[in-house]
Design a protein around this ligand. Structure first.
Ligand code: FRU
Length: 491
């Protein structure tokens, strides 16, 4: 049942007696609870927030509405990890409901200053006429783990030329100065990113818009993130309102990036190449990056999208985060790979291994099956027309990943995956890849799959909702043969 506006904008302490216990009971029955992904204890998770390393831990917060699976009163929920793999639920990070975040502590980011982790976020408010007034707010996490909010916004108005869709500050430090990018909508209803500068994280100066070649590219850019990688500038953002074009922009909203020369902080000029999508799958949005102490740039995304119904909604929870991915640049393209620490999830060192030629057939092998696992499959000497893997399969269900050698495309097929979702946006996702050797690296969990193709050249991230007995894995080659070498590790 859909919640009323009043119900959606309740805080935890306004829950009905027994309401949370009921959600917890529903959730405990849900067959799609994840094994190793960050997921909400109740309610809805969306964007990753405040991803940072502080006092020996990676801290990762996320947008959280505790009382249901709709987008309502957003909290920051706090998790932390020493190794990017084993995450501990800490509890509420930022609690909304004050004057400047009366209708939600929306997305933002974190940076350490003076030994404390500073959380810069958007305070979402609505007036009596339900008109939105965004504020950029600051909260501070100290050594003892307690979070205190500043009682005034650090950016209290939207500059002229932009609408109320003005949010998601992402902060970084350059020399003595702090900068942040904010996602914005111009008054002509096109999306963009603006830049601010500060000496102390409390007083922010509006510098203006980041000048890109994309002057009319969707109606809103959410969750911008700027970084420098191998001496290049990278602007990541999630544009809303792009029309599907061929294999591109098939999801309801997109998430992608521009790369180029480093952003000129004086002129705000950013000379860049084409907009490229970060992910080719069905469910990926609003990613955020951080820099690890060893210099690695690490990205986590929301494995979900706004405005869609998901099969777990009826069980009182929705969405999860992706596994962390390390970013690098190759020829102006972002390459994403699972962080090296992920191998700590492997239950055995060796894994189950096969090496076989598959000729015009679909084959299963003893030991290859499961619900939560890692699978690496390298396919070579391909003369078949299509080669690939069916996984989370039984007699009736399967999720299919294939390489079509004739069309030179990687295809993920969710048509027969199990419980249906978002079929209005299609059940296939694909991208062009020219290669004669293909490597699929899969991370499968109870209700998701993340596929790294050819060492992160392309990534397909998707929720899938098969039954618990859909555990089969089959390798296939059609219209010819190919060599398969595969290893599976249970998680
Ligand atoms: C992106 C987003 C952000 C906003 C947050 C609210 O998914 O819409 O722009 O800050 O979610 O939860």
């Amino acid at each position: 049942m859909k919640m009323t506006r009043e119900q959606r904008y309740r805080r935890i302490e306004q829950a009905e007696p027994g309401e949370i216990a009921k959600l917890e009971a529903q959730i405990s029955e849900c067959p799609w609870r994840q094994g190793y992904h960050i997921q909400p204890i109740t309610g809805l998770l969306n964007d990753p927030n405040g991803f940072a390393y502080y006092q020996g831990y990676y801290h990762l917060f996320y947008q959280w509405f505790p009382l249901g699976t709709e987008h309502g009163m957003k909290y920051w929920y706090h998790t932390r990890s020493k190794n990017l793999v084993d995450w501990e639920n800490v509890g509420i990070g930022i609690e909304p409901g004050d004057r400047y975040d009366s209708h939600g502590a929306y997305s933002g980011s974190a940076i350490e200053k003076d030994g404390k982790l500073h959380l810069l976020y958007t305070g979402n408010t609505r007036d009596e006429a339900w008109v939105r007034h965004p504020y950029q707010c600051l909260a501070v996490l100290d050594e003892s783990g307690s979070v205190s909010k500043l009682n005034y916004p650090v950016i209290s108005s939207v500059p002229t030329g932009y609408t109320e869709h003005f949010r998601d500050p992402k902060v970084w430090q350059q020399g003595e100065l702090y900068y942040c990018v904010i996602g914005a909508q111009r008054t002509d209803e096109t999306g963009c990113t603006v830049l601010y500068r500060s000496t102390d994280l409390k007083n922010w100066e509006f510098l203006g818009e980041i000048s890109t070649g994309l002057t009319n590219f969707g109606y809103m850019w959410e969750c911008p993130d700027y970084m420098e990688l191998d001496g290049k500038g990278v602007l990541v953002f999630s544009p809303q309102g792009l029309d599907a074009a061929g294999d591109h922009y098939q999801n309801i909203f997109q998430s992608g990036y521009l790369t180029g020369e480093p952003l000129n902080l004086q002129t705000r000029e950013f000379n860049h190449g084409e907009f490229q999508e970060l992910d080719r799958g069905f469910d990926f949005y609003a990613p955020q990056t951080m820099q690890a102490p060893d210099g690695r740039r690490i990205l986590v995304g929301w494995m979900g999208l706004p405005d869609l119904v998901y099969p777990t909604d009826d069980s009182g929870w929705a969405h999860c985060l992706t596994i962390p991915r390390q970013l690098s640049l190759r020829d102006g393209k972002l390459i994403q790979q699972p962080v090296a620490e992920i191998v700590e999830l492997r239950q055995q060192e060796e894994g189950t291994h096969i090496h076989a030629t598959i000729d015009n057939e679909s084959r299963s092998f003893a030991g290859f099956e499961g619900i939560a696992y890692e699978l690496i499959c390298e396919i070579s000497h391909v003369d078949a027309e299509t080669v690939g893997i069916e996984f989370r399969a039984n007699g009736a269900e399967k999720t299919v990943l294939l390489y079509d050698r004739i069309q030179q495309k990687v295809v993920l097929d969710r048509t027969m995956t199990g419980a249906k979702l978002a079929e209005q946006n299609g059940t296939l996702r694909q991208c062009t890849l020219t290669t004669d050797k293909i490597k699929f690296h899969l991370f499968v969990d109870s209700s998701s799959v993340e596929i790294f193709v050819n060492d992160g050249e392309e990534v397909f991230t998707s929720r899938i909702f098969p039954s618990r007995d859909s555990v089969d894995i089959r390798f296939f080659a059609h219209g010819g043969k190919a060599d398969f070498e595969a290893t599976q590790w249970n998680y």
